[in-house]
Write a protein that binds this ligand. Structure first.
Ligand SMILES: [Fe+2]
Ligand SMILES: [Fe+2]
Length: 221
């Protein structure tokens, strides 16, 4: 995996109320998914492709599994899962897809007309984020393929959540490239993530994607 750049040591919850202990934000996830899929469609990408919905759902699961232990904000994790790969132009090497997703989020936040696919509910959700959470989300999206570590615990958790699903492109998740304590990401956690990826969505909780995100899983041929 080509990763470079920031190596700032990850801190777990450096100050204040642990994000995971805040009241969770009510997120209209089906509307957010619709906005993300509008971008996927616009770019000619496959919604159920390598970097599509099943991957996003596993990233969500991975992130929520580690959020408390890492002091991360689960709402940021859930938003990252939906948007981080929503601006790909290619299923292969597309290093700018993270920065494009972050730029789109900033356009939505500023309510520019160019923020394609953002319905009123999506805009309201993104505009309603605290400055801290919004910056964590944008940073996680922008850097998820170019940085290994990050000082922000929510950003670091997003990196880990995404990298735990790397077996979909032929790589075993490497604990040295995941900014999480070893007791959070151990061999058992990595093997479990690989097993989920191999099963697609046929793992406990996998099919909840239909209820939570309002999408229909295509039948396997
Ligand atoms: Fe990505
Ligand atoms: Fe991803």
């Amino acid at each position: 995996m080509r990763l470079r750049g920031a190596r700032a040591k990850s801190k777990v919850n450096p100050s204040g109320t642990p994000p995971c202990e805040r009241t969770p934000i009510e997120l209209p996830e089906p509307a957010l998914i619709a906005a993300a899929l509008a971008n996927v469609t616009r770019c000619g990408m496959r919604p159920w492709g390598t970097h599509g919905l099943a991957h996003w759902w596993r990233v969500r699961h991975n992130g929520l599994s580690i959020a408390r232990a890492m002091g991360a904000n689960p709402s940021v994790v859930r938003l990252f899962a939906i948007f981080h790969d929503s601006h790909r132009h290619d299923d292969g090497h597309d290093p700018d897809h993270g920065p494009r997703a972050a730029e789109w989020l900033r356009e939505v936040r500023l309510s520019r007309d160019s923020a394609y696919g953002a319905c009123a509910l999506t805009r309201a959700t993104i505009i309603g984020l605290t400055e801290t959470d919004f910056e964590s989300l944008c940073t996680a999206c922008a850097l998820h393929t170019s940085a290994i570590h990050h000082v922000d615990a929510s950003v670091a958790a997003c990196f880990v959540a995404d990298r735990l699903d790397l077996s979909r492109v032929g790589y075993r998740p490497d604990p040295n490239r995941m900014p999480a304590p070893r007791h959070v990401i151990d061999e058992q956690a990595i093997n479990a993530a690989i097993d989920r990826e191999r099963r697609g969505l046929e793992w406990i909780g996998g099919r909840e994607i239909e209820q939570v995100w309002g999408v229909s899983v295509p039948k396997r041929s």
